[in-house]
Design a protein around this ligand. Structure first.
Ligand code: HEM
Length: 427
């Protein structure tokens, strides 16, 4: 694809982003947008795409923009009405505004504080070792191993399960449902795909409804017990209006999705960065250098390319010389913003030493990711164990073919990431 074909406002960025070539490598399209149409009104859909770093920060923080609500998005995109899964996404916290947003955020925030994340570190490490150890033998026996299904996806599942309070025996059932629900996010999802996604969504909802009921009867020290509450209003956010049952189930569904999918993708991306830059491997064993690698992998390949919230200006607002009329939908292209050369010199270069604060991988403003600290801890734990358990013991570990990416324009997720040992050449 030549991203410069059909210049100016005629370029249908939405369609281009769904192009298979662009899904594999969206960066030429993003570079073109930043240069030629940094605030681009799409000819279909009429939404605006913001692709430069400084403009994106502005629209995500400026109170002149608010999030489109579920009802507004349903009116604009009737396709959503056909899918329970898509409606669930829209019923979540990212599509709310103050004061409802504050109430939902206060309810979930206590489970993601730095202290809460620290308390999980040891368990995350144990899960990591339990998942990675058996791979060593398999790899030594000459097998090719799928790092995504064998390690990163189950690791993300176990960690968010520990936060929420999903018992270990239920995780093999509940974890794989996430990939099925994601079928609904494919831009060309047909009725069969939407139905399969909805089946998975319903199963997750039913599960959390039963778990919440059980925890009301026999509370434990976990998020479900606190959020479902014994006597209403004793959990986090006490003093606020308690969560309604539908809000509770949607929140648990959303946390299960957010905690699993993006974090696994971030670990997959980080592993790929390590394979592409093997000279950086020793830094993963150094606590002073590891965070730089984590940050750079998050900047360089953000798992979410387009921020979930559709922003609406509450009045006409001019951004980078383009007038965005009141009520028009605005999307921030995170994947582009993180490669803006004005914010990150030589942005396509992977440089763990760059110290790159200011990337927008976790969003910005009131919807900034509540799980960012948890995700960072998981990625760092995974990378240090990957290095310690696999890479150091098996220095000839390498991708065994191209990773299989999910076909989504909004997200960089994986179906598989095969790795194997390449024997060193005989002397
Ligand atoms: C590397 C992994 C992750 C990435 C890249 C990521 C990215 C994001 C982004 C970009 C947003 C802002 C959405 C917007 O403005 O429209 C967001 C919000 C959110 N994320 Fe994450 N996330 C990750 C991991 C997690 C985890 C582990 C959790 C916890 C289970 C989580 C829960 C949430 C929630 C609840 C919100 C909504 C916050 C609000 O609206 O106030 N995320 N995330």
């Amino acid at each position: 694809m030549d991203p410069t074909e059909g210049r100016g406002t005629a370029v249908d960025v939405l369609a281009r982003m769904q192009d298979p070539e662009s899904m594999d490598d969206p960066y030429p399209l993003y570079a073109w947008l930043r240069e030629h149409a940094p605030v681009h009104r799409n000819p279909t859909g009429g939404v605006y795409f913001v692709s430069r770093h400084r403009d994106a920060r502005l629209v995500m923080r400026d109170p002149a923009f608010r999030s489109a609500t579920r009802e507004e998005l349903l009116a604009r995109q009737p396709r959503i009405g056909r899918s329970r899964t898509l409606q669930n996404f829209l019923a979540g916290i990212t599509n709310t505004n103050r004061p409802r947003h504050t109430r939902l955020r206060r309810a979930m925030a206590p489970f993601f504080t730095p202290q809460a994340v620290d308390a999980l570190r040891l368990r995350a490490r144990r899960w990591c070792d339990r998942l990675l150890d058996p791979l060593v033998t398999r790899l030594r026996d000459g097998e090719s191993v799928d790092l995504h299904t064998a390690a990163t996806a189950p690791l993300a599942t176990h960690v968010i399960a520990e936060v929420i309070g999903v018992p270990e025996e239920d995780r093999p059932f509940l974890g794989p449902l996430v990939a099925k629900t994601m079928l609904a996010a494919h831009p060309a999802a047909d009725d069969a795909a939407l139905a399969e996604a909805d089946g998975a969504t319903l199963a997750i909802e039913r599960y959390f409804t039963e778990l919440a009921a059980e925890r009301r009867r026999r509370p434990r020290a976990d998020a479900v017990s606190a959020l479902a509450g014994g006597p209403r209003g004793t959990g986090p956010g006490a003093g606020e209006e308690p969560l309604e049952e539908a809000e509770l189930i949607n929140m648990l569904w959303g946390l299960w999705m957010a905690g699993s999918e993006s974090t696994a993708a971030a670990m997959d991306n980080a592993a790929l960065a390590l394979f592409r830059h093997p000279e950086t491997a020793p830094s993963l064993g150094d606590p002073a250098l590891l965070p730089g690698f984590v940050e750079e992998s998050l900047r360089h390949e953000p798992p979410i390319w387009i921020a979930a919230s559709q922003l609406l200006p509450v009045r006409d607002v001019e951004v980078a010389g383009t007038l965005i009329p009141r009520g028009a939908g605005v999307h921030v292209l995170i994947g582009s913003v993180n490669r803006d050369p004005e914010a990150f010199p030589d942005p396509d270069r992977f440089d763990p030493g760059r110290g790159a604060p200011g990337y927008l991988t976790f969003g910005e403003g009131i919807h900034r990711c509540v799980g960012a600290g948890l995700a960072r801890m998981e990625i760092a734990t995974f990378l240090s164990r990957l290095q310690g358990h696999l890479h150091a013991r098996l220095p000839h570990l390498t991708p065994a073919g191209p990773p299989v990416r999910r076909r989504m324009a909004t997200q960089r997720s994986f179906d598989s990431l095969p790795v194997a040992l390449v024997r060193p050449p005989r002397p």
